[in-house]
Design a protein around this ligand. Sequence first.
Ligand code: FAD
Length: 371
Amino acid sequence: MHGHAEVAGAGFAGMTVATALAQRGWTVRVHEKDEQLRAFGAGIFLWENGLRVLKALGAYEAVMGGAHQGLVYETRHANRVIAQRAFSLERGTRMVTMTRQHLYEAMLAAAKRAGVEFRTGSEVVGATPDGVLTTHDGRAWKGDLVVGADGVKSRVRQAVQIRTERRPCADGIARVLAPRCTEELGPGTWDHVIDFWAPAEKPLRILYVPCNERDLYLAMMAPVDDLEASAIPVRPDVWVDAFPQLEAVIRRISSGGRYDAYETTAVSRWSVGRVAIVGDAAHAMTPTLGQGAGTAMMNALSLAVMVQQCSSIEEALLAWETNERPLTEHTQARSEQAARERAMASGTAWNDETLKTARHIPTGTEHLQWP
Ligand code: FAD
């Protein structure tokens, strides 16, 4: 089936569904409320599942060209190494890290090559089950398919009255970028992804994530009720006090940063009539397993595959949800549990259950010559 799609949100989910539909002969218009198409200054993890989706979109080579492959995930308590876990294709999944902007640019280029139209400064304020999006300027946009990929506070989800539960967690993460500074940091395995935990009395953590030769991403976990450690811009003295070994990079943090409390979103359904919701709009999750965007991209690609295969939109949306929802709920549940228990501190939290999503072969990528 071919037709026209209106998409709300040019994040990783919106960009994936738009590109995948356009590649299948659809016309696609994406409405983005921001004036510019870009990602904010932080890093991101992708695993085999997300990399496969990128390949299907035609963005894999460009992404890998400026990304970092973390061969080892190291866990340290008070700077003492307590565990190392190796990742590779042979072991079931690679762990690839990059800046969000790098990933975004590669995906945007693929979307434009596929012929996707973008409208920036176009805030979606409503949607109806018969396939009409409305924007802040009062205009109505009719599609055979409407996709709400407008993030955790989705207006599309609210407009079509999908029942939603948002479950907060005790912790959150401040995300910032800094230069790598490997010489100033002294001897060490600075190409590893390193999960630094402060001494036991302080529930603070810095996930040290190389993104490329120059850029380092720091994911700085602090409880929501710790007003000093969750402050933005980050307060270097608070963090140097807990992680003196990282002083060189903490004092060079280049981006203002952004603190987000962890949360899980559970919705009663993924579609109403011709309207589907995907990505954080439908299944936001705590970032513990680094799978929010990967899962969003898998489900967005699958949505395009299903509407192409089925003879009606309603049938396609039902088949899509039936197919994808179990793994998504598994991913949300494992992420939430790991966040609640601060399980990554153990150094043994990577196992077949927590890596199930990373190793999954997404719908629409079964045919790929891989890697
Ligand atoms: P979003 O990225 O929120 O995009 C929504 C888009 O819609 C935005 O561009 C927004 O401006 C736009 N928009 C919103 N409202 C409207 C409107 N009304 N009209 C028009 N446009 C609108 N995932 C990973 O896979 N790996 C990681 O390493 C990882 N780390 C994370 C770390 C943290 C601390 C957090 C909080 C999340 C992390 N995630 C990670 C999760 C990941 O960032 C999200 O799951 C992913 O970005 C969701 O993409 P999305 O496109 O659904 O939503």
